[in-house]
Design a protein around this ligand. Structure first.
Ligand SMILES: [Fe+2]
Ligand SMILES: [Fe+2]
Length: 269
């Protein structure tokens, strides 16, 4: 089986015709499954884009959402709409809510499990206090807009904690049944995976590009399972890189360019 991993495809930067060409080319490469790492579109078009992806590819699509997927909407509203879409389209699997998977773990191939969660930049690395970065997230996502930087801090941490809680529930279960687990997420889980232009992000940017709560959950769980292997697939920085924080844990960060969606890697089992 061949699973194609893509991240940050940002289909709203393509015309409908360009989207169809991209999806038809992808279908012609004959993936058996597709792993989509978030930033697919924006709140007002992500449902239609997921439906189009399902129609053209016609294979299981396992995905998480990224910050852009909630722009001009709310996290709660988009997640609800996406859950509803997945109920109507059985090939679409939103790993964050895990509604259609068995306990949040997908068996991709014998001995290979897949789990996932959106993750969220939880401003725990770098210097949030001094950072002047004003992400569009803080203007365009209902839950994060119209509040001060200080008021936003606990909200961002709570989103990271929610992601980590999900990982703490599903990763041990996935490791119990599989030698190798893939974790699909949008936000790099550690500073070492927060690549930008060939190096890790600085104090100014890294708070908004790292989900440390998820990283710490993974490190803790994998330290207790030296006989198992975890590969984390993330994106969000649009800058590629690889890091190996533990002998049995690797984090791949995907690159991306607006308007040029691309396959990051093909996993063959
Ligand atoms: Fe992105
Ligand atoms: Fe992103």
């Amino acid at each position: 089986m061949r699973a194609f991993w893509l991240t940050d495809i940002h289909l709203n930067f393509l015309s409908p015709q360009e989207t169809d060409v991209f999806l038809e080319d992808l279908a012609a490469a004959r993936p058996d499954a597709v792993l989509l790492g978030g930033d697919i579109g924006e709140a007002r078009n992500v449902i239609g884009q997921l439906a189009r992806i399902d129609d053209v590819l016609a294979v299981p699509i396992y995905f998480v959402l990224g910050n852009h997927d909630f722009y001009h909407g709310s996290i709660a509203g988009v997640r609800r709409a996406v859950d509803e879409l997945c109920r109507l389209r059985p090939r679409l699997h939103y790993l964050t809510t895990g509604g259609v998977t068995s306990g949040g773990v997908v068996r991709l191939a014998p001995g290979v499990g897949l789990i996932g969660h959106d993750g969220w930049a939880d401003v725990r690395v770098g210097d949030y206090e001094r950072s002047l970065v004003m992400m569009n997230d803080y203007r365009l996502i209902a839950e994060l807009a119209n509040c001060s930087k200080q008021e936003r801090l606990p909200k961002l941490r709570a989103l990271g904690d929610e992601a980590a809680e999900h990982i703490r529930q599903v990763l041990p279960a996935a490791l119990a049944e599989n030698e190798h687990v893939l974790l699909l997420t949008h936000v790099p889980p550690l500073l070492a995976a927060c690549w930008y232009d060939g190096r890790t992000s600085d104090e100014e940017w890294s708070p908004h590009f790292t989900c440390l709560a998820v990283g710490e959950a993974c490190l803790e769980i994998m330290a207790g399972h030296p006989e198992r292997k975890l590969t984390v697939l993330c994106g969000h920085t649009h800058s590629p890189g690889t890091c190996q924080p533990l002998p049995n844990m690797t984090v791949l960060t995907g690159g991306a360019e607006y308007g040029q969606p691309a396959v990051q890697r093909v996993f063959e089992y």
